[in-house]
Design a protein around this ligand. Structure first.
Ligand SMILES: NC(=O)c1ccc[n+]([C@@H]2O[C@H](COP(=O)([O-])OP(=O)(O)OC[C@H]3O[C@@H](n4cnc5c(N)ncnc54)[C@H](OP(=O)(O)O)[C@@H]3O)[C@@H](O)[C@H]2O)c1
Length: 288
């Protein structure tokens, strides 16, 4: 693995494009809050900004980026196609609307937010995902997207998609935090040269990842916060965490994870923790 020195140490995607190893999340951050939060995050040092059409904050994220005064080319901006926009034509339209809201002419990475699943779409699910992906591939070839990828795709969805894909997905963004490890899926995706991004790396709202006694004890041992321990545990698996905070002090704290190394034994202890809450959704079971 590349030596990671700070949040902007670069990882290489399967198409050669580079991506900072830690990103900034913007879920549950409405437009008015997002503008200031994104500007703060850029000032703190984040260069990878993760948003999605369904967060309803792409305008705010775009304004925050403008307000920061940073050159667009120094950022890595990700957004995601929402479920109601699947299909070839609607994906193309949804991407253009996203670009307009962000006030940008390209994205660094665009993801299919959730796979169409069999529970909702029966035998049509695979075809819907294939058509959505075909639109992403076309936008990639047109230069609107520097990389394309997936979110919440499990190995079965990935394998199905690869029957028709002509561009291999560069990224899969899935829920990963202590208590919800997705270890097998990470192994599978990495073996297929897909960079795994961790959403909810702190467990998201309402989880007990940051208060769990084992996490507290281990964090103390390393002289770090439980949030930092969780992020470091993710990084050491070769996975890219996307912590979200609207508080500048926490944004900063979440970047300070490069001056310690979790031992193999402690990595395993964290990996063995029981479910600590979080969204813990199973993509084949979701009904949205
Ligand atoms: N692809 C998907 O389906 C999907 C789904 C969910 C999320 N995501 C992406 O992943 C990002 C992260 O996930 P998430 O937002 O659900 O959850 P998260 O980053 O795991 O956790 C965010 C929560 O932790 C708090 N927090 C942050 N840093 C902290 C610290 N150092 N100490 C204590 N508390 C801290 C935040 O509060 P404050 O903000 O008040 O500080 C917020 O309540 C999202 O923002 C989004 O970009 C993607």
């Amino acid at each position: 693995m590349v030596e990671l020195k700070n949040i902007n140490s670069l990882l290489k995607l399967n198409n050669g494009v580079t991506i900072p190893c830690v990103g900034y999340g913007t879920f549950r951050t409405p437009n008015d809050v997002a503008e200031k939060a994104v500007e703060d995050a850029i000032n703190v040092g984040y260069r990878l900004i993760d948003t999605a059409a369904v967060y309803g904050n792409e305008e705010g994220v775009g304004k925050g980026i403008k307000d920061s005064g940073i050159d667009r080319h120094r950022l890595f901006v990700t957004s995601k196609l929402w479920n109601t926009d699947r299909g070839y034509e609607s994906t193309k339209k949804a991407l253009d609307a996203t670009l307009q809201r962000l006030q940008m002419d390209y994205l660094d990475l665009y993801l299919i937010h959730w796979p169409a699943n069999r529970k909702q779409f029966g035998d049509k699910a695979a075809e819907i995902n294939a058509e959505t992906w075909r639109a992403m591939e076309d936008a990639y070839h047109e230069g609107k997207l520097r990389a394309i990828g997936l979110s919440n795709f499990m190995p079965n969805h990935y394998q199905e998609l690869m029957k028709t894909a002509t561009v291999a997905p560069a990224v899969d963004q899935i829920e990963v935090h202590p208590g919800w490890t997705h270890a097998e899926e990470i192994k599978f995706l990495q073996a297929h040269n897909v960079l795994v991004e961790a959403w909810g790396p702190l467990g998201g709202q309402g989880a007990s990842v940051m208060t769990n006694p084992t996490m507290v004890e281990l964090a103390k041992k390393y002289g770090k916060s439980t949030a930092q321990l969780s992020l470091r545990w993710i990084l050491q698996q070769g996975v890219l965490p996307l912590p979200k905070s609207v508080h500048a002090d926490r944004m900063k704290q979440n970047t300070d994870i490069f001056d310690f190394e979790i031992s193999d034994e402690d990595m395993q202890k964290i990996s063995a923790l029981p479910n600590l809450g979080g969204q813990c959704r199973v993509p084949d079971d979701v009904d949205f």
